[in-house]
Design a protein around this ligand. Structure first.
Ligand code: E4P
Length: 216
């Protein structure tokens, strides 16, 4: 499963990229607002740090303006992935852009039928928001299972990008179901490394090693 960082904070992205485990980045208008940076500049900087897809979201609601925004965004770098909302205009834009060789991430997916539409529109990625789904009384991971089943039934190549990930259990379930990608805030990704028994084991090994008086 590919790991994307869900952030527009360049320092956090660099730190994660240094692990060698980062496959891409997702941003959205709220994350750009939080960064306090110029949208075009920050996307350009992220694209230079990460080899994989970097999602940059259009903000227009109509197809012609989405296309104009996408034109500007895809000129930033070859690894820009245009993010469009799961609306009729968003999917029209998705079809036009992917037909033209661009990567497209269809975002704000909350049902398996919406994911079916995104696949039919040729999306590179579909982003079901599991955390927000859970928050509203549904089971986000059941949604991922349903999308996996449908995509496998028809051999759709659209990648399931599990978004709005809040904790390690979301990551674990996404991997068990066979999602293609998950995007999570850096804190969640760093949390995956942690285990109390790993820390305890290192502590006791180092204590015993010190007693040997040896060095490597
Ligand atoms: C990713 O592409 C989404 O924009 C993001 O995962 C949304 O996460 P949130 O629900 O925590 O804002």
């Amino acid at each position: 499963m590919k790991f994307f960082a869900d952030t527009a904070e360049i320092a956090d992205i660099k730190e994660l990229a240094a692990t060698g485990l980062l496959d891409g980045v997702t941003t959205n208008p709220s994350l750009i607002m939080k960064s306090g940076r110029d949208f075009h500049e920050v996307v350009k900087e992220i694209c230079a740090v990460v080899d994989g897809p970097v999602s940059a979201e259009v903000v227009a609601l109509d197809h012609p303006t989405m296309m104009k925004e996408a034109e500007k965004l895809r000129k930033i770098a070859d690894n820009v992935c245009i993010k469009v909302p799961l609306t009729p205009d968003g999917l029209k834009t998705c079809k036009a852009l992917t037909g033209d060789g661009s990567m497209v991430n269809v975002t704000l997916c909350f049902s398996a039928n919406q994911a079916l539409l995104a696949a039919k529109a040729g999306a590179t990625f579909v982003s079901p928001f599991v955390g927000r789904h859970d928050d509203n009384g549904w089971d986000g991971m059941e949604l991922i299972e349903a999308i996996r089943l449908i995509y496998d039934n028809y051999d759709y190549q659209t990648q399931i990008l599990v978004a709005s990930v809040r904790h390690g259990i979301h990551v674990l379930k996404a991997a068990e179901i066979g999602a293609d990608v998950m995007t999570a805030p850096p804190s969640v990704i760093w949390g995956l490394f942690k285990h109390v028994l790993t820390d305890k084991g290192i502590e006791s090994f180092l204590a015993d090693w010190a007693k040997t008086g040896q060095s490597i």
